[in-house]
Design a protein around this ligand. Sequence first.
Ligand SMILES: C[S@@+](CC[C@H](N)C(=O)[O-])C[C@H]1O[C@@H](n2cnc3c(N)ncnc32)[C@H](O)[C@@H]1O
Length: 277
Amino acid sequence: MKKIPLIAILLITFGFTYWAFTKKDSPPGDDRETEIKNDTEDNSEYWESVTTADQTPDYQPPHPEHDFYSDGPKTRDGIGKYYQGREIAHVMGHPAINWLERREREQEEAPKKALDLIKLAPGEVLADIGAGSGYYSLRIAMNHLNARVVSVDIQPEMIDFLKERAEQLEINNVSPHLGKIDDIGLPDQSINAALMVDAYHEFSHPYEMMTSIASALKSGGRVYLLEYREEDPDVPIKPLHKMSQEQAKKEMALAGLVWDKTIDDLPWQHFMVFRKP
Ligand SMILES: C[S@@+](CC[C@H](N)C(=O)[O-])C[C@H]1O[C@@H](n2cnc3c(N)ncnc32)[C@H](O)[C@@H]1O
């Protein structure tokens, strides 16, 4: 066997050590950013494939020049901004993930019952807006393997948690999506249904959010709105995190959505269904 010169061995050893060293020391944040970027790219390709040209005319926000918001007294759980007479609640921060995922949730709120009421046909897309940790998103995706769930939230920590859970459980029909406070950022007429569970009352821009949801919905699309019942003093939830049916109907109507029905079978929440005409 030919002798390999010592200088070549030294060069190979040095090169390998340098590669291994730099690879190990990459900051973890870089990986995370790349993952999020990839996710966005994946989603945009996906959205291009689901949007079609043969749709009804574009949705126009019913009140483009609206001035619906007013400032008012800021209470402990609110932001001092008012919409249609109600103070908007603070956003629940990601440290509350444990509360969203609590074991007693099934016993207290009966989410299994609510999940049964959410209809999703094969091939349909449902956007879970204010998805949080993905409590609903992941269960819906598992119950409807031939449909897709887009989980929208404004907190990157919620999106990261949900994404990790989906990977652990090998759920492939969920697309986590980082939205903005006033725009879900999904293409027009790209979804069949939208779901909001205990989230709508904390949207800081409810009118803009609802009009962006309405434009993303296909004609005839459904909105499932679950809010704690304000009319029921026995529901043990802070007042600003509750909503009456009357209030919800008024606010959805402003975005051009039509009330279809309310199913009041859940222990704490109204289960309301609206439609895009
Ligand atoms: C109380 S949590 C409910 C989470 C989930 N729906 C559940 O029931 O487990 C409300 C969520 O809405 C999100 N949120 C608030 N404003 C939002 C907005 N404008 N767009 C999307 N998500 C929003 C918050 O970040 C939070 O994760």
